[in-house]
Design a protein around this ligand. Structure first.
Ligand SMILES: [Zn+2]
Length: 268
């Protein structure tokens, strides 16, 4: 090999080596680029997941939110949006809307539950009565549609055991117990309140000093006597001196002052 040829060969070889090196660098560059891409993608995903987890945790917190009233921890029983309307009419002709949602709060007795907006007015009313030396017992409050069905079935079965036909028993029972979906108790706004010393739901209840006080003061707290005496043809429910319904102060004042029913008020 002549020196010139050798130089030519060397040049060629050098070119080849340089080309190979360039290729290697490019491949390495591309590799690094792809790797960083994957890393960024994975990092992003994990951050996203973390954010998602944080949102879920917040939702859980809202769900498990505890209501603090007078140092006592109360549970927020149901999740869901509050859509309670204070003057919602629920009677034999007007069932509870299918999409009705209510936020319920457990009352200080630890048993009964009330719709969020009725909670404080109810507590205030009972406390005011207690200051006058009265003792109340809430014997019925929020009732789910399922529970209403159970109560109705129990009452119908009792009458059927006494010889009533199903139809007769149903008609008799629904004079006082509403069919499921038609009870005001499923709104969370209705409460049966009796005297602690007389817990019977009969004509004697209105003679107790607790009931006399409730009937004359309930409107101050936004409550009405829902099934008054002499209005049975309008309410389609026998007189119930113990059943109080939250409608808000404005409606309550008008209804109680004028001795009318919620049905009549809504027709005005
Ligand atoms: Zn009732």
């Amino acid at each position: 090999m002549t020196s010139e040829k050798k130089r030519g060969y060397n040049k060629k070889r050098m070119k080849q080596i340089r080309r190979q090196r360039r290729l290697k660098r490019r491949l390495l560059g591309a590799g690094i680029l792809i790797l960083s891409g994957v890393c960024i993608f994975l990092l992003g995903k994990s951050v996203g997941r973390q954010e998602e987890m944080q949102i879920l945790t917040k939702e859980e917190k809202v769900k498990n939110y505890t209501y603090n009233q007078g140092g006592q921890e109360e549970e927020y029983d149901l999740d869901g949006i509050l859509t309670v309307r204070e003057i919602l009419l629920v009677n034999k002709d007007n069932p509870l809307p299918e999409d009705y949602e209510v936020t319920l709060l457990t009352l200080p007795d630890g048993v009964n539950r009330a719709a969020e907006e009725a909670y404080e007015p109810l507590c205030d009313m009972l406390k005011a009565g207690q200051k006058e030396g009265l003792s109340f017992e809430i014997c019925s409050s929020y009732r789910s549609v399922e529970r209403q069905q159970e109560l109705l079935d129990e009452d119908i079965n009792t009458l059927m055991r006494q010889g009533y036909s199903y139809k007769e028993a149903y008609e008799e029972v629904t004079k006082e117990t509403m069919p499921p979906g038609y009870s005001e108790h499923s709104t969370g706004l209705a409460f049966d309140i009796v005297s602690l010393g007389y817990q019977i739901l009969d004509a004697g209840q209105e003679k107790t000093k607790e009931n006399i006080w409730l009937q004359s003061h309930c409107a101050e707290y936004g409550f009405i006597l829902r099934y008054p005496k002499g209005k049975e043809d309008i309410t389609a429910i026998n007189y119930e001196s113990w059943h109080f319904r939250y409608v808000g102060k404005e409606a309550a004042a008008y209804i109680m002052e004028n001795g009318i029913t919620l049905e009549e008020y809504l027709e005005l």
